[in-house]
Design a protein around this ligand. Sequence first.
Ligand SMILES: Cc1cc2nc3c(=O)[nH]c(=O)nc-3n(C[C@H](O)[C@H](O)[C@H](O)COP(=O)(O)O)c2cc1C
Length: 329
Amino acid sequence: MKKLLVLILITVMALLGFTACTDGNSNGGNGGGGSDGGGGTTNPPATAASDTLIAYFSCTNTTEGVAKHIQAETKGTLYEIVPEVPYTEDDLKYYTDCRADKEQKDNTARPAISGNVENIEKYDVVFLGYPIWHGQAPKIIYTFLESYDFSGKTIIPFCTSASSGIGSSDTNLHTLAPFAEWISGKRFPSGTSQNTIAEWIESLNMKFTENIMYLTINGNKVKVTLEDNSSTNALVEILKKGDIVYTADDYGGFEKVGALGHTLPTSDTELTTQAGDVILYLGSNIVLFYGSNSWEYTRLGRMEGYSVSELRTYLCADDGPVQVTISLE
Ligand SMILES: Cc1cc2nc3c(=O)[nH]c(=O)nc-3n(C[C@H](O)[C@H](O)[C@H](O)COP(=O)(O)O)c2cc1C
């Protein structure tokens, strides 16, 4: 009877993913219990902040206000489409045959843009904001769409206006980026609140995340806030294709280190690490710190919000190898 109870207890512990800090990793290395976060298949895939661009054109800051709310929700990169020749007040006095009126009537008008989006290829999702000008997007939006290759990217238009709806202003842009996936756009009035934008983004059924990944260390799931650098960008691309599972060994009484099975770009500098730091060493080893060390490293991120004693427990400090799964979800 006693034996049966022990057996049941062991089974329950194994199912819950409890593993001890021992020097063996035969105890659940292939369990995979903690990696899906209970998401289920209906959950949309997450778009990381570093993959989200919010590009907008705004002459009197109304559209800019909405763009900033979107940025606050998605933590994406804000990019203002700035005209090479700024629009003066007179240029914007509509129904006076002003500059803006003339451009809207001219199918070939493509006002030049000052500057450009850096590394547009890294963005998967582009929010595209503009004011309604005579029922349509301003021609500078046409310039913007013709300036880059949006193939495979998701474009989500949004606009502001005095009273008009979005009308055909968004669908008329589709031919300018025919290989993008266009989501139906939305019009907002001036003074739109953060809450309204949060609800709209929620309704898109897309998940926007900060730059984060998760480490499941011997069954314990720990969140890592990522740096935005070429190493983390490369790592996130690998993780989009699947989780990475590796074994990390104790070293020096301050870290767990293991081979990632991939080589990432490095930007090593002399660093003094702290407990919680997640570091790239020699381009292909990932180091999880529960103590401190000074060396030439590339910082990947931090296990933020965990006390040193929690980290020491999760990482089985001063003990043998641990099984680590790195995942985005
Ligand atoms: C040339 C021009 C044409 C406009 N046409 C319209 C329009 O057709 N319908 C409308 O409701 N508002 C129209 N507006 C008003 C703008 O859409 C509105 O003020 C917008 O929120 C301004 O955005 P911004 O502050 O980001 O530039 C027009 C404004 C300009 C300058």
